[in-house]
Design a binder for this molecule. Structure first.
Ligand SMILES: [Zn+2]
Length: 159
Protein backbone atom coordinates (compact mmCIF):
# COMPACT_ATOMS: atom_id res chain seq x y z
CA UNK A 1 0.00 0.00 0.00
CA UNK A 2 1.41 3.34 -1.00
CA UNK A 3 1.13 6.64 0.75
CA UNK A 4 -1.52 8.01 -1.62
CA UNK A 5 -3.67 4.88 -1.79
CA UNK A 6 -6.96 4.96 0.07
CA UNK A 7 -7.17 2.59 2.97
CA UNK A 8 -10.28 0.40 2.80
CA UNK A 9 -9.37 -2.29 5.34
CA UNK A 10 -9.01 -0.78 8.86
CA UNK A 11 -6.99 -3.80 9.98
CA UNK A 12 -4.29 -3.20 7.37
CA UNK A 13 -1.18 -1.81 8.98
CA UNK A 14 -0.59 1.76 7.93
CA UNK A 15 3.08 2.11 7.19
CA UNK A 16 5.41 2.51 4.26
CA UNK A 17 9.11 2.44 3.89
CA UNK A 18 10.95 5.55 2.88
CA UNK A 19 13.02 8.45 4.09
CA UNK A 20 11.66 11.54 5.74
CA UNK A 21 13.75 14.61 6.43
CA UNK A 22 13.53 15.70 10.03
CA UNK A 23 15.62 18.58 11.26
CA UNK A 24 15.91 19.13 14.98
CA UNK A 25 17.12 21.99 17.09
CA UNK A 26 17.43 21.37 20.81
CA UNK A 27 18.10 24.51 22.82
CA UNK A 28 19.82 23.91 26.13
CA UNK A 29 17.46 26.33 27.91
CA UNK A 30 18.29 29.05 30.41
CA UNK A 31 19.80 26.72 33.04
CA UNK A 32 21.65 24.65 30.43
CA UNK A 33 23.03 27.79 28.83
CA UNK A 34 24.43 28.98 32.17
CA UNK A 35 25.84 25.49 32.82
CA UNK A 36 27.70 25.38 29.51
CA UNK A 37 28.92 29.00 29.66
CA UNK A 38 30.33 28.21 33.10
CA UNK A 39 31.98 25.01 31.86
CA UNK A 40 33.57 26.89 28.97
CA UNK A 41 35.73 28.97 31.33
CA UNK A 42 35.87 26.85 34.51
CA UNK A 43 36.94 23.36 35.48
CA UNK A 44 33.85 22.72 37.60
CA UNK A 45 30.20 21.93 36.98
CA UNK A 46 27.31 24.08 38.16
CA UNK A 47 24.59 22.53 40.31
CA UNK A 48 21.53 23.90 42.07
CA UNK A 49 19.57 22.96 45.17
CA UNK A 50 15.82 22.96 45.59
CA UNK A 51 14.92 25.01 48.68
CA UNK A 52 11.85 22.87 49.35
CA UNK A 53 13.10 19.26 49.05
CA UNK A 54 16.90 19.89 49.10
CA UNK A 55 17.46 17.83 45.96
CA UNK A 56 20.64 18.96 44.20
CA UNK A 57 20.54 18.94 40.41
CA UNK A 58 23.52 18.72 38.05
CA UNK A 59 23.14 19.90 35.37
CA UNK A 60 21.06 22.61 37.09
CA UNK A 61 17.37 23.27 36.45
CA UNK A 62 15.28 26.43 36.70
CA UNK A 63 12.55 24.46 38.54
CA UNK A 64 12.59 21.43 40.79
CA UNK A 65 11.19 18.48 38.86
CA UNK A 66 9.70 16.99 42.03
CA UNK A 67 8.29 20.09 43.79
CA UNK A 68 7.71 22.38 40.79
CA UNK A 69 9.18 25.31 42.71
CA UNK A 70 11.57 27.79 41.11
CA UNK A 71 15.24 27.42 42.01
CA UNK A 72 16.79 30.90 42.34
CA UNK A 73 20.35 31.78 41.31
CA UNK A 74 21.25 32.03 44.99
CA UNK A 75 20.84 28.24 45.23
CA UNK A 76 23.40 27.55 42.52
CA UNK A 77 26.91 26.34 43.39
CA UNK A 78 30.00 24.81 41.83
CA UNK A 79 30.71 21.10 42.19
CA UNK A 80 33.80 19.15 41.11
CA UNK A 81 33.82 17.32 37.78
CA UNK A 82 33.91 13.94 39.48
CA UNK A 83 31.30 11.29 40.01
CA UNK A 84 30.53 7.66 40.73
CA UNK A 85 29.28 5.14 38.17
CA UNK A 86 25.73 4.01 38.89
CA UNK A 87 25.32 1.79 35.82
CA UNK A 88 27.22 1.27 32.59
CA UNK A 89 27.13 -0.67 29.35
CA UNK A 90 29.54 -1.47 26.55
CA UNK A 91 28.34 -0.23 23.16
CA UNK A 92 29.73 -2.19 20.22
CA UNK A 93 27.35 -0.96 17.50
CA UNK A 94 26.54 2.53 16.31
CA UNK A 95 23.00 3.89 15.88
CA UNK A 96 22.86 2.29 12.40
CA UNK A 97 23.78 -1.19 13.66
CA UNK A 98 27.33 -1.07 12.31
CA UNK A 99 30.31 -2.15 14.40
CA UNK A 100 32.13 0.69 16.09
CA UNK A 101 35.85 0.91 15.35
CA UNK A 102 36.38 0.73 19.11
CA UNK A 103 33.64 -0.26 21.61
CA UNK A 104 32.55 2.52 23.98
CA UNK A 105 31.80 2.19 27.68
CA UNK A 106 28.78 4.41 28.33
CA UNK A 107 28.06 5.16 31.98
CA UNK A 108 25.42 6.91 34.05
CA UNK A 109 27.52 8.90 36.52
CA UNK A 110 26.25 10.38 39.79
CA UNK A 111 27.92 13.78 40.12
CA UNK A 112 29.67 14.20 43.48
CA UNK A 113 27.84 16.48 45.90
CA UNK A 114 24.57 16.17 43.98
CA UNK A 115 21.55 13.89 43.68
CA UNK A 116 21.83 13.92 39.90
CA UNK A 117 23.64 12.01 37.17
CA UNK A 118 24.91 12.46 33.63
CA UNK A 119 25.77 10.14 30.80
CA UNK A 120 29.42 9.90 29.90
CA UNK A 121 31.94 7.83 27.98
CA UNK A 122 34.62 6.08 30.05
CA UNK A 123 38.05 6.09 28.40
CA UNK A 124 39.29 2.54 28.89
CA UNK A 125 40.63 -0.47 27.06
CA UNK A 126 39.44 -2.82 29.80
CA UNK A 127 35.98 -3.70 28.48
CA UNK A 128 35.57 -6.59 30.93
CA UNK A 129 35.92 -4.31 33.96
CA UNK A 130 32.96 -3.80 36.30
CA UNK A 131 32.80 -0.02 36.56
CA UNK A 132 29.85 0.01 38.96
CA UNK A 133 30.74 2.21 41.94
CA UNK A 134 34.03 3.42 40.41
CA UNK A 135 34.97 7.04 40.97
CA UNK A 136 35.56 8.97 37.74
CA UNK A 137 36.84 12.38 36.74
CA UNK A 138 35.66 14.26 33.66
CA UNK A 139 38.46 15.08 31.26
CA UNK A 140 37.70 18.43 29.70
CA UNK A 141 38.96 20.02 26.52
CA UNK A 142 41.80 22.51 26.93
CA UNK A 143 40.37 25.96 27.72
CA UNK A 144 41.28 27.44 24.34
CA UNK A 145 39.38 24.64 22.56
CA UNK A 146 36.13 24.76 24.57
CA UNK A 147 32.87 25.63 22.84
CA UNK A 148 30.43 25.79 25.75
CA UNK A 149 28.78 22.51 24.76
CA UNK A 150 28.59 18.96 26.09
CA UNK A 151 31.53 18.21 23.78
CA UNK A 152 33.74 20.11 26.24
CA UNK A 153 33.63 16.89 28.29
CA UNK A 154 35.95 14.70 26.21
CA UNK A 155 35.46 11.56 28.32
CA UNK A 156 35.63 10.26 31.88
CA UNK A 157 38.44 8.26 33.45
CA UNK A 158 39.02 6.49 36.73
CA UNK A 159 40.46 8.62 39.55
ZN1 LIG B 1 12.22 20.06 45.18
Amino acid sequence: MGFLEKQTDPTTPMHWRGDMQADYFYPSGIAGDKFFKHLKINDTFLACKCAKCSKIYCPPRMYCEDCFVEIPDSNWKEVPTVGTVKVFTVAKLNAHGKNLAKPKVVAFINIEGTDDSMLGIINTNNLDNDFTGKKLKAILRPHDKREGTIKDILYWEEV
